[in-house]
Design a protein around this ligand. Structure first.
Ligand code: MN
Length: 219
């Protein structure tokens, strides 16, 4: 029997999360299984998850085509246009992942504490996002609690990008990761999340250490 066009589209889109699914055991990790997302909504989501895995980093994710395009930013975003933050592109994540705040168990992929550090909506500043990604130059606007205004992701080489704030009235020399270290949804620290989500003693100690390294006024 001939497949309908929509079935074919769904199957090809499911493939975008194959790597995400392959890396995870959903009977063990509390992370959501990868399913390609909702049909077109008016607004596109973005999320930044602060993640104390083998090292602290910030996972920057933009919704596109039913999945979250993802980059790991070791130092986190900067509001200062003169600072370029290295951003390693990682596997696409499901849109459901935007709700995930908790602990990935020891021994699992990405083991450690995850915080929803910022979230909101985003708008491309280009007509064609796929073409911008292929070119390696994606300009966009963020509407988050901590991150706003105009930004750009520029690819240097395969999977290696820079995340840079554009000059606008939101640009600032305030160190946003230090000034606003807590969860945007629960106001918890990494240690607070680790404690309530069943982290191992080692994971709790690592969460506390990461909190101390990004301590700031909103604690
Ligand atoms: Mn991560």
């Amino acid at each position: 029997m001939k497949k309908s066009r929509s079935q074919e589209t769904d199957l090809s889109r499911f493939g975008r999360l194959a790597e995400y699914n392959r890396r995870r055991r959903f009977g063990v990790t509390p992370e959501p299984a990868g399913k390609v997302g909702r049909a077109q909504k008016a607004e596109l989501e973005f999320v930044v998850q602060k993640h104390r895995a083998s090292r602290l980093h910030y996972d920057f994710r933009l919704e596109h085509d039913g999945v979250m395009l993802s980059w790991a930013v070791p130092k986190g975003p900067s509001l200062d246009p003169s600072i370029r933050r290295f951003a390693m592109q990682t596997e696409d994540h499901p849109i459901d992942y935007n709700q995930f705040e908790g602990v990935i168990p020891e021994g699992e992929y990405g083991a450690g504490t995850v915080m929803i550090w910022d979230r909101g909506t985003w708008e491309p500043e280009v007509e064609d996002v796929d073409r911008a990604l292929a070119k390696g130059d994606l300009k966009f606007t963020l509407h988050g609690k901590k991150l706003r205004g105009s930004w750009v992701l520029v690819r240097m080489r395969e999977r290696q990008w820079l995340l840079i704030k554009h000059r606008d009235k939101i640009a600032s020399t305030v160190d946003i990761t230090a000034a606003k270290p807590r969860s945007v949804v629960s106001r918890r620290t990494l240690a607070g999340i680790a404690r309530s989500a069943g982290a191992s003693p080692r994971q709790l100690a690592q969460a506390q250490e990461a909190d101390a390294s990004s301590a700031g006024p909103d604690r």
